[in-house]
Design a protein around this ligand. Structure first.
Ligand code: PAF
Length: 280
């Protein structure tokens, strides 16, 4: 496995691979890899000849009050996980090198980026779409793989790819969960023992809501009441939002039909966790 730190070198390797007719699969990450990331890598390997993983904690998607400095980093462990998962290339750029002091260009996917997580994190998706567009130009992949856990991010990136004519197929892979249902996330490591025990309630509220819908409850307000009540029964849990929306445009829906996303964001102290469930 090669570790490439230089933008130009990454670009010329990708160009050479493309000339040889290789399909490049790409998994962008912020490192501190877990089984969720491995499932993205596995999917990329199935669909491509060469898999590139980027590891870069992107400062522009964190607000000044968020956890950029303390975001977990462990390159040695990430490198080993990538070797074991059969990754071909890790793109691991130096932090200062991705954005020059003169950086002026940002990519914004309007409307979609101001809903759900965009309400409490107004600059977040501008940072995500900008770095992902930069990484697409550096890695030049044929396909890129994202996780359903970041449902809003995945849809926004699909829209950016469509609107800006990137010739890249976006693949979305299901959420990987701990045995007790908690969605895997690099931020789970911030949870205290007590909060870690309580956190699976997020998923159990979502699955019980799905059962209620299967049994015939179609009114969003009743499902929202149920999820809010369940979550508020957890000590120390603070709700950021619980929303029932159309999966494509994130507009709230009153009656639950197909293509509905139930999305949740909560805090345990300053640790923000998100999860979602799709109703088809
Ligand atoms: O999902 C993530 O880890 C990040 O938002 C991404 C896509 C790597 C951009 O920094």
């Amino acid at each position: 496995m090669k570790v490439i730190k230089d933008i130009r070198e990454m670009q010329s390797i990708s160009n050479a691979l493309k000339k040889e007719g290789k399909i490049i699969g790409f998994v962008p990450t912020m490192g501190f890899l877990h089984k969720g990331h491995i499932s993205l890598i596995t999917e990329s390997k199935k669909k491509s000849d060469v898999t590139v993983v980027s590891i870069y904690v992107n400062p522009t998607q964190f607000s000044p009050s968020e956890d950029f400095e303390k975001y977990p980093r462990d390159f040695k462990s990430d490198e080993n996980l990538c070797i074991n998962a059969g990754v071909d290339i890790v793109f691991y750029p130096n932090g200062d090198y991705m954005y020059s002091d003169e950086h002026k260009t940002f990519v914004i996917t309007e409307e979609l980026s101001t809903k759900l997580c965009g309400i409490s994190r107004p600059e977040h998706f501008r940072g995500v779409t900008t770095i992902v567009a930069k990484l697409f130009n550096i890695v030049n992949p044929n396909i890129a793989v994202f996780g359903q856990k970041d449902a809003q991010q995945s849809i926004i990136i699909k829209k950016m790819v469509e609107d800006l004519n990137f010739d890249i197929d976006i693949i979305i892979v299901p959420i990987v969960r701990e045995v007790d249902g908690l969605a895997l996330s690099s931020r789970n490591k911030y949870l205290s023992e007590k909060h870690r025990k309580d956190a699976p309630t997020i998923y159990s509220a979502l699955t019980k809501a799905k059962d209620l819908i299967k049994e015939g409850e179609k009114q969003s307000r009743n499902i929202l009441d149920f999820i809010n009540k369940t979550l508020l029964s957890v000590p120390d849990l603070k709700i950021d939002y619980v929303s029932i929306v159309n999966m494509q445009n994130f507009e709230k829906v009153e009656t639950i039909g197909t293509n509905t996303l139930i999305a949740v964001a909560v805090y345990f102290d300053s640790t923000r966790l998100i999860d979602n469930i799709l109703i088809n």
